[in-house]
Ligand binder design. Structure first.
Ligand code: ADP
Length: 354
């Protein structure tokens, strides 16, 4: 549906976006994810037509829309800093796009209901009388009321508290499935993107690092950058010792033993790191046959039914974390200051490039 080709945006000497190309299919929920300053908002603003690229093209159904004005594009944007008209009621805010398009004013109620706001209760209120989450819903209803082919969302949930954010995330997924529209969602949170998206595009310093389904991005990251982005990875610098039919042997200065792994046959890459998710690691009082590393426990914290066990290698050089069922921490009598072992199944490790 949308083809973005060789998009570049320069601000003086700063290259905010560098030669970025990707496609978006009709009805897809695509997230642009990356740290602050990675070029996400710049790309979104170029898609909406509010910003011109220095170079590159955007095609919509094979038609070049690079220079088309925002008003003439089939896009609508929900911003983080919600731009509701403060002097208009909720009804008038949502009515705005409906009037612009000469459609039936009755549609306001429909859009309010779609975002789970009862028109009877909310339509006559002013934005100042609403909570953050309610305002966010009105902003969403107003953007949807444009009936855009493509909805562009720039961190729309960033300012909300955890419970509300989760609730609105569920609602966004529900809405997108129901309406079958194309959503492009910008966020610095890979976790949010994983929950919502069909496809994730990870950006860093204005370029695409990787793209794939949430499962591909999480379970088979190709780069250390993407593996580390979720913040739940233990990362070991490694070098490859040998490769034999389907197996790869790696060594790491952080580990005493050589480790044999099943290699990903599709990648002939120069692997530089081994990644093991916190949830794949357990802490035990004794070493096991699986890969294990002597550590000292720094702290044990709760995370619902799990415990986050933070440890340091005995030479004090590296920190490793395990997220394991709290019951097991209790059964094994683990406590802060203990010397024990952090352990994982070698098959759960992922090899990445830099
Ligand atoms: P993100 O949305 O990922 O946080 P942005 O797209 O906002 O990133 O910014 C990408 C880079 O471009 C940053 O280095 C930022 O400082 C720079 N940048 C963005 N807008 C402007 C501007 N109007 N003038 C100069 N530099 C800008």
């Amino acid at each position: 549906m949308l083809q973005i080709r060789n998009l570049t945006k320069q601000y003086g000497k700063t290259e905010a976006v560098s030669d970025v190309s990707f496609d978006i299919d009709q009805g897809e929920f695509v997230s642009l994810v990356g740290p602050s300053g990675s070029g996400k908002t710049t790309i979104l603003r170029i898609l909406s037509g509010h910003l011109s690229p220095t170079d590159g093209t955007i095609e919509l159904r094979s038609e070049d829309i690079t220079d088309t004005s925002p008003q003439q594009r089939p896009t609508s944007q929900v911003f983080q800093s919600l731009a509701l008209f403060p002097h208009l009621t909720v009804r008038e805010n949502v009515l705005f796009p409906i009037r612009l398009q000469d459609r039936d004013a009755q549609q306001v109620d429909k859009w309010l209901r779609r975002v789970q706001l009862d028109p009877e209760e909310y339509a006559d209120k002013n934005p100042a009388e609403l909570s953050g989450g309610e305002r966010q819903r009105v902003a969403l209803a107003r953007s949807l009321a444009y009936e855009p082919d493509i909805l562009l969302l720039d961190e729309p949930l960033a300012s909300l508290d955890y419970v509300l954010r989760k609730e609105l995330q569920r609602e966004l997924t529900r809405l997108q499935t129901k309406l079958g529209r194309t959503f492009v969602y910008v966020t610095h949170s890979l976790e949010a993107a994983m929950l919502l998206s069909d496809r994730i595009i990870v950006l860093n310093q204005g370029t695409i690092v990787e793209q794939g389904t949430p499962s591909e991005i999480y379970n088979q990251p190709e780069t250390r950058f993407v593996a580390d982005f979720m913040g739940d990875a233990n990362i070991f610098p490694i070098s490859v010792k040998s490769r034999t039919n389907g197996h790869i042997e790696v060594i790491s200065d952080s580990l005493d033993t050589e480790i044999k792994l099943s290699a990903r046959s599709d990648l002939a890459s120069e692997f530089t790191h081994m990644v093991v998710r916190h949830t794949q690691c357990e802490v035990r009082p004794d070493p096991t046959e699986a890969t294990s590393l002597a550590v000292e426990i720094d702290s044990i914290m709760f995370k619902s039914n799990n415990a986050i066990v933070e440890t340091t290698s005995l030479d004090g050089a590296n920190r490793y974390v395990s997220e394991m069922p709290y019951d097991r921490v209790h059964e094994r009598g683990l406590s802060e200051g203990d010397e024990c072992y952090i352990q994982w199944d070698p098959e759960s490790a992922i090899l990445t490039t830099e």
